[in-house]
Design a binder for this molecule. Structure first.
Ligand code: FE
Length: 283
């Protein structure tokens, strides 16, 4: 029997300061574990004032997770201790599997007008893959397909499948879907989701009904978490609504998290920080 997912919880992203003083909004994080398993954190950095982001995220380590950066406007300069370097520009995605360890910096640069807007999502890795070799997927904007449905709904497919079109990010352990969806005014979007997977929507712009039996979800409350089911049904209201629709298979493992490192046990966390101090972090 097919079932449309109902809303489990709605919340609003919270102003937070991260890195060397970046003002951003956190949709979910440390305090919400394991609500969005396999996802750990979603940050929305959006400002037209360079003072809010220019200090960036200087050298820091990651282990045990994947960090997924999606830039809407501006550039993020990325560099790591192995010498990998590159810009994540408007429309690009960097899907970084930190695995056993990456030491990197992420420096937002903004557009000529000073606008910076992007998202960073953290996905957890299962115990069996926390210590795998690091891997980058640098996904350029022109390799992300955009499908336009008969209804006029536009979907950029970073990961997952819409109408037979597959996104470029594949073979990820949590079997994720990462879509950037724009629904025109007074139009519905019905999308199949895998049973048992965690599904959430994060509103980028506009407002809509994210569960057709509930009241309008305003852009003020921008995170919509779903109960289980095999589809989501989203309808725009007076104007268009744009949102990220993200799903993944829960890991159901213990989470030991401190700062940028997420392991299964406190012992593994202690070891990671000890290795970082000793200079033996990078494998
Ligand atoms: Fe980082």
């Amino acid at each position: 029997m097919s079932s449309i997912r109902k809303i489990k919880q709605i919340s609003k992203s919270v102003p937070t300061i991260e890195g060397a003083g970046v003002h951003l909004k956190r949709a979910f994080g440390n305090n919400d574990v394991p609500l969005l398993d396999p996802f750990l954190l979603l940050d929305d950095f959006h400002s037209d004032n360079p003072e809010d982001y220019i200090q960036g995220f200087p050298w820091h380590p990651h282990r045990g997770i994947e960090t997924i950066t999606y830039v809407l406007h501006g550039d993020v300069e990325h560099g790591d201790s192995m010498g990998n370097k590159g810009d994540i520009s408007s429309g690009d995605v960097q899907w970084m599997t930190a695995g056993s360890g990456v030491i990197h910096q992420e420096m937002p640069k903004g557009t000529d007008e000073g606008l910076m807007w992007g998202f960073q999502l953290w996905a957890n890795l299962p115990a069996s893959q926390k210590m795998i070799d690091p891997k980058y997927r640098d996904v350029k904007q022109d390799t992300i397909p955009e499908v336009v449905l008969d209804s006029g709904v536009k979907v950029k497919i970073i990961a997952g499948v819409v109408n037979g079109t597959k996104g470029p990010v594949q073979d990820i352990v949590i079997d994720p879907e990462y879509l950037d969806v724009t629904v025109p005014a007074d139009i519905s979007f019905l999308h199949n989701t895998k049973k048992g997977h965690t599904v959430f929507a994060y509103i980028v712009d506009g407002s809509g009904h994210f569960d057709h039996q509930k009241d309008k979800v305003l852009a003020q409350e921008n995170l919509v978490m779903y109960d289980d089911g095999d589809s989501v049904h989203i309808t725009s209201s007076d104007g268009p609504v744009r949102f990220l629709l993200i799903s993944g298979k829960p890991l159901k493992e213990p989470v030991a998290w401190y700062g940028p490192i997420v392991m299964n046990t406190q012992e593994e966390l202690d070891k990671a920080f000890e290795e970082y101090r000793n200079g033996t972090f990078i494998k």
